[in-house]
Design a protein around this ligand. Structure first.
Ligand SMILES: NC(=O)c1ccc[n+]([C@@H]2O[C@H](COP(=O)([O-])OP(=O)(O)OC[C@H]3O[C@@H](n4cnc5c(N)ncnc54)[C@H](O)[C@@H]3O)[C@@H](O)[C@H]2O)c1
Ligand SMILES: O=C(O)[C@]1(O)C[C@@H](O)[C@@H](O)[C@H](O)C1
Length: 300
């Protein structure tokens, strides 16, 4: 019997998720593929007064009520781990889950932030030299990106975070999982000096997203030999992406990871491989629609 049903009731569990683009991205792709009974809704734990440490219960209740698969986001990605029956190798390694597949009532955790960044890197920067790389931001997404970079073959990874303990924690986990990668926590103020002898840099901090203007380091330290990836996707053209593009660096924007993780999740939940190019075009339309009122307001 085919393990996948044609009826899909997907939920995203997290806090402050009202503006998530995942419902639109998933439902649009499902419709394009002829999946007419695919719904993606939100369970905002903050809005519903669910304590974050009970988000695993919320997940199980959703499944009991008919939910067939889930995305999990900030701040629940680590908390829900204990409520699952099984985890993929990557998710176990990361200690974080952003996708839950339901099979015969069993909840199986996956991490497509990890596979999504890896796919985005391979697709968007196929010729990137993966020697020495600096990563700014070691939070939920940053740790998945760090694992993806090590899995991609980066030999020397330097991790900086506003909270040095977070950078140190990611480095300790990585060193155990990827002995062939040299991982070092560096102070925030050392990013610029490190970039001089680096092949690439990734921003996985919130700096550059709407509400957090600026760049995570001084862009005067960029040089044309460097590839630059930003996982912030609101806006796609962050100040860092703009500065790197102007300098002629090879650049990867955050839309690539957003689409790749959504595509990987969609495939896990439905057994059908979606069209990432169509999803990327749709993301562009969604972001253009979202940005339009802001631009109008600013020009008043
Ligand atoms: N493109 C995607 O698919 C995707 C997926 C997940 C998250 N994101 C984006 O990534 C960003 C981070 O998300 P998260 O879930 O990891 O958040 P998080 O809160 O878990 O982690 C953010 C980390 O950045 C650190 N930080 C803050 N300012 C910094 C600075 N100036 N330099 C270095 N580190 C700094 C914080 O201390 C924290 O550890 C957000 O903008 C989010 O929208 C994108
Ligand atoms: O829709 C979002 O903004 C997401 O929450 C982004 C990121 O956290 C992904 O891992 C989730 O699958 C979806």
């Amino acid at each position: 019997m085919h393990p996948f049903s044609t009826r899909h009731r997907i939920r995203l569990v997290g806090a402050g998720i009202a503006t998530s683009l995942s419902p639109a991205l998933h439902e649009h792709e499902a419709a394009a593929l002829g999946l007419t009974d695919y719904r993606y809704d939100l369970i905002d734990v903050a809005a519903e007064g669910i304590p974050v440490d009970r988000s695993g219960d919320a997940l199980r209740q959703a499944v009991a009520a008919g939910c067939t698969g889930l995305n999990v986001t900030h701040p629940c990605k680590q908390v829900v781990v204990d409520s699952l029956d099984e985890m993929s190798g990557n998710a176990r390694l990361l200690g974080a889950v952003n996708t839950v597949v339901v099979r015969d009532g069993r909840l199986i955790g996956h991490n497509t932030d990890h596979s999504g960044f890896l796919a985005a890197l391979r697709r968007g920067l196929p010729d990137a030299t993966l020697g020495r790389v600096v990563l700014a931001g070691a939070g939920g997404a940053g740790s998945a990106v760090a694992y993806a970079l090590a899995a991609a073959g980066v030999t020397d990874l330097r991790v900086a975070d506003l909270d040095p303990a977070r950078a140190a924690d990611v480095c300790a986990r990585l060193a155990a999982a990827f002995p062939q990668t040299r991982v070092t926590a560096i102070p925030l103020e050392a990013i610029e000096a490190n970039l001089e002898h680096c092949d690439g840099v990734v921003n996985a901090s919130p700096i550059g997203m709407v509400g957090h203007p600026g760049t995570p380091f001084d862009t005067d330290a960029l040089h044309p030999g460097l590839w630059v990836a930003d996982i912030v996707y609101r806006p796609l053209q962050t100040e860092l992406v703009a500065a790197a593009t102007a300098l002629g660096c090879d650049v990867l924007d955050g839309g690539q990871m957003l689409v790749a993780q959504a595509a990987d999740t969609f495939a896990l939940l439905t057994g059908i491989t979606p069209d990432p190019d169509r999803m990327r075009r749709h993301l562009g339309e969604l972001l253009a629609d979202q940005c339009a009122p802001t631009v109008l307001e600013e020009s008043r």
